[in-house]
Design a binder for this molecule. Structure first.
Ligand code: 5RP
Length: 218
C-alpha cells in the first residue's frame, strides 16, 4: 500500500468516531482531506463542521458541508486531525501544513481528539520532524535567537504566510524528551503565537494505518 492509501484508510476509520447530529471539528492536511471526502458521504447525518484552516473550509464547503464559526460553539464532541509525528503518550508534532494555531484552538474546545496517521508518523521521541513555530512577523529575529538558545536550528519557511498572517519557523535538531515542558517553554517566548507541539492537550485516540489494517489505540 502507498502512504496515501494508508492515510485514506486511517481517515475512513475515523468516520466511526463521528457523533451523528453533531458539529465535527476538522483538522488540516492530506490525511484530513481524505477524511473530509469520506465525511461528505454522511453529510446529511451531521450538522456541519468547524474548520482549522481556509483550505479545509473550502473543501468542506465544496462538499456541501456547512462550516460554523467556532465562536458560536461551546464544545465539540470530536476533533479529527493528522499529525507529523506522534509518540507513545499521544503527544504530537503538528503544523507541517502551517495550520497549527487554528488546529490547537479547535482541539482545545473538543472533548475528544482523534488522530489519524499512517504508521510512519509513530515515533519513540519527537523531534526528527522540524518543529513548526508560528511567529508574529516583527518578532522573527528575536524568536530565532531564543530558539537557538534552546539548542534548535530555526529556519524560516520561505514564501509561506499562515492563515493568520504570520510566519513559520521550522526548528530542526530538537530531541523532545519532555514535550509538555518544551511546548510550554516555547510558548513563553514573546512573539510566538503557538508552537506545533500538541502535548499539553494531546490526542485521545490514535487510528494508525499499516498494511495489515488500521489499529485503534486509546
Ligand atoms: C497541518 C498538520 C497536519 O495534520 C500534519 O502536517 C500532517 O499532514 P498530512 O496529513 O498531510 O501528512 O498539522 O498543519
Amino acid at each position: 500500500m502507498t502512504q496515501d492509501e494508508l492515510k485514506k484508510a486511517a481517515a475512513h476509520a475515523a468516520l466511526d468516531h463521528v457523533v451523528e447530529g453533531s458539529i465535527v471539528g476538522v483538522g488540516t492536511g492530506s490525511t484530513v482531506n481524505h477524511f473530509i471526502d469520506a465525511l461528505a458521504g454522511m453529510r446529511d447525518r451531521i450538522r456541519g463542521a468547524v474548520s482549522s484552516s481556509e483550505a479545509s473550509t473550502q473543501r468542506l464547503r465544496a462538499h456541501g458541508i456547512e462550516v460554523f464559526d467556532l465562536n458560536g460553539i461551546e464544545s465539540l464532541p470530536v476533533y479529527v486531525d493528522g499529525a507529523d509525528e506522534i509518540d507513545g503518550g499521544f503527544a504530537m508534532i503538528k503544523g507541517g501544513g502551517g495550520a497549527l494555531t487554528r488546529e490547537k484552538i479547535v482541539a482545545a474546545v473538543s472533548e475528544r481528539f482523534v488522530c489519524i496517521c499512517d504508521a510512519s508518523k509513530k515515533v519513540e521521541v519527537l523531534g526528527r520532524f522540524p518543529l513548526p513555530v508560528e511567529v508574529i512577523p516583527m518578532a522573527r529575529s528575536h524568536v530565532t535567537r531564543a530558539l537557538r538558545a534552546l539548542g534548535g536550528e530555526p529556519r524560516l519557511r520561505e514564501g509561506f504566510v499562515t492563515d493568520n498572517g504570520n510566519l513559520i519557523l521550522d526548528v530542526h535538531g530538537l530531541s523532545i524528551t519532555d514535550p509538555v515542558a518544551t511546548e510550554t517553554h516555547i510558548n513563553q517566548i514573546v512573539g510566538v503565537v503557538t508552537n506545533g507541539l500538541f502535548a499539553v492537550r494531546g490526542a485521545d485516540v490514535l487510528l494508525l494505518a499499516a498494511p495489515g489494517g488500521v489499529q485503534r489505540m486509546d
